[in-house]
Design a protein around this ligand. Structure first.
Ligand code: ZN
Ligand code: ZN
Ligand code: ZN
Length: 373
């Protein structure tokens, strides 16, 4: 028997009661076969226009994906041995190259995947005999994609590290707010934790009074959003000196952190609480970076190089009845100018008389954006 339950009345009454402890629960939808395919060998597109764009990032049915071209023709053997030179670059954003491909309607075997291993199945033929050749290789990221997103400040002259150290896991994690579906956890990811970890983690957070050791946010009403981090990365090393209590937002911004996907709703909750708890408004760009959603980083870096005034982070939008109607990720209240990630937030703000850009719109029309400040 299939049960279908309407939770709306429950949600409404929970809202009236205020914020009950641990009210954050996620209703997960069952995994479909095409999703498994997307995470493994990938899905071949009939037409490049099946690929959608989500704020300038590549998307397929609400999932973040990357796109690559499987067919390497007569260069396949070279690409298998020296992928840096002969391999075709893979794409993560609506870059110039991808635009060209869309416009020219070229026929290639476009494959999309959200496998983050960085290894790709490529094919082609032997240039002497014409025999088919196949194999796996490590392709590199398209530089136009990095430029388009200003990923990790890539557009800054001399910044090679965004390309040289590009990591797909880190990339998907950076933009987890932009997609409604977070990538499925890979098998074995929970490995390394000791059996008593839930108890140790609970006791440690209690000892820290449910406060983030980095930004200072108090999360006693949302203990799920306070994580316990292992400083040396060894998940079984539970000495107190190796543990830190970090909110989900600060935790995800720890350098080289893997598979820390934080949903947009969770980030907004943290932003909202920081405001309620009277956090100081940021007065420099470094503080903006530490407080803002990680997907805004490229845009923030561009604002910083343009010497623009520092915005507020996570501004709640209230109507005249002082009801919260949404949130601007970045806001310049004097100019009534803001940046939103969620389309609904953008619409709410515009109804209240704000001029709002989505991140990719602001990046695409940066000069127009700048002249409003
Ligand atoms: Zn590209
Ligand atoms: Zn924090
Ligand atoms: Zn950690």
């Amino acid at each position: 028997m299939k049960l279908s339950v309407d939770f709306s009345a429950l949600f409404a009454s929970a809202k009236k009661m205020g914020d009950p402890i641990e009210n954050d629960f996620v209703l997960d939808t069952p995994r479909e076969p095409w999703e498994d395919k997307l995470g493994s060998e990938g899905i071949e597109l009939e037409d490049i226009n099946e690929l959608e764009s989500m704020d300038g990032l590549l998307s397929y049915r609400g999932r973040q994906v990357l796109l690559y071209i499987q067919d390497h023709g007569s260069r396949v053997q070279e690409a298998l041995v020296a992928p840096d030179e002969a391999g075709k670059k893979y794409h993560i954003a609506e870059c110039r190259t991808l635009h060209k491909m869309r416009n020219e309607g070229r026929f290639e075997r476009y494959v999309i995947t959200n496998d983050i291993s960085g290894e790709f199945e490529i094919s082609g033929h032997d240039y002497m005999t014409g025999h088919p050749v196949e194999g796996r290789t490590r392709l590199r990221i398209c530089k136009n994609c990095l430029t388009y997103l200003n990923y990790q400040g890539y557009s800054k002259p001399g910044n090679y590290s965004a390309f040289n150290n590009f990591d797909l896991d880190e990339f998907f994690q950076t933009y987890s707010s932009f997609f409604t579906h977070l990538p499925q956890r890979k098998m074995g990811e929970a490995d390394g934790y000791t059996a008593d970890w839930p108890e140790i983690s609970r006791a440690f957070r209690q000892e820290k009074a449910y406060t983030c050791e980095k930004c200072g946010i108090l999360l006693s009403d949302h203990p799920r959003l306070l994580h316990v981090h292992h400083v040396n990365g060894v998940k079984s090393d539970n000495r107190k000196s190796n543990l830190r209590a970090f909110c989900a937002d600060c935790h995800s911004k720890e350098a080289f952190h893997k598979s820390m996907y934080v949903s947009h709703a969770d980030r907004q909750t943290i932003s909202r609480l920081r405001h309620e708890q009277q956090f100081q408004k940021p007065d420099n760009w470094q503080e903006v970076i530490s407080l803002a959603d990680s997907g805004l980083r490229g845009f923030i870096e561009r604002c910083r190089s343009g010497c623009l005034p520092v915005p507020e982070v996570g501004l709640d939008l209230q109507d005249d009845k002082e009801e919260v109607k949404g949130m601007l990720e970045l806001a310049w209240p004097l100019q009534r100018l803001g940046i939103a990630i969620d389309e609904r937030d953008k619409l709410h703000a515009e109804r209240l008389g704000w001029k709002v850009f989505k991140v990719h719109e602001a990046l695409d029309n940066f000069t127009t954006f700048m002249t409003r400040l």
